[in-house]
Design a protein. Structure first.
Length: 234
């Protein structure tokens, strides 16, 4: 079974005047070695505990002085770079992104975020299965529950299995989906930080070197863009 950990950054919205919300990002982390990734995460937290507490002005990462979880939205640029440097050691995971272009999407798609989120994941799987990036096997999707509406939770697994197994015949085994509070799922926290990092890159181009490094080390595997663009991206 392949474990995929999923989180998002930005908003899927038609209200993107003044270029405030041009992108919606979904990050998908495929864990290859849980022990190594857990060890790298634990080391990063212990080495940076004082700094993490100092920058956590809104108590998103600590509660009552006790560390709870990592949140990419709290990280400054230097800490994001340090996190990537530490977490990619020993090549324990792969990262995939879905980049949704708000201003190029049809208005009808933006009327129901839950439905659009499900649709984007279906397109992402179709793309990766048809290109041979993903294999025909069992997938376990673990998704941050705090940004997902109830109707998306109730429909996603049936929708993906119907489309990918019955309609497209790209999978022969059903995938499973479970939703977590990210406090209780360390690898969803990794997905959160990478979603925030790529959103920042899309907005500022400040992390070209980081994404070049991820690509060269074959950790960054694929960026799926919808609606489709012709130019190459990292």
């Amino acid at each position: 079974m392949i474990n995929l950990y999923i989180d998002e950054s930005g908003s899927m919205t038609s209200n993107c005047e003044n270029y405030k919300q041009p992108f919606f990002i979904i990050s998908v982390v495929l864990v290859k070695d849980e022990k190594i990734l857990k060890r790298n995460l634990k080391r990063f937290v212990s080495d940076n505990l004082k700094l993490l507490k100092k920058i956590d002005k809104d108590n998103k990462m600590f509660l009552g002085g006790k560390f709870r979880e990592l949140k990419g939205s709290v990280f400054n640029g230097a800490l994001k770079r340090k996190f990537v440097h530490e977490i990619i050691k020993n090549n324990s995971f792969e990262i995939y992104f879905i980049k949704f272009l708000n201003r190029q999407a049809k208005p009808a798609m933006l009327q129901n975020k839950a439905r659009a989120f499900n649709y984007l994941l279906k397109l992402f799987f179709q793309h990766n299965l048809r290109k041979g990036i993903f294999e025909d096997t069992e997938y376990f999707l673990q998704i941050d529950e705090r940004n997902i509406k109830t109707q998306a939770k109730n429909t996603l697994v049936d929708y993906l299995n119907t489309e990918l197994i019955l309609n497209d015949e790209l999978l022969t085994k059903p995938l499973t989906v479970q939703y977590f509070d990210s406090v209780n799922n360390k690898f969803i926290q990794v997905a959160d930080i990478f979603a925030n990092l790529y959103y920042s890159q899309c907005m500022t181009n400040a992390y070209d070197d980081v994404f070049n490094d991820l690509k060269e080390k074959e950790i960054l595997k694929e960026i799926f863009i919808f609606p489709k663009k012709t130019e190459q991206e990292y």
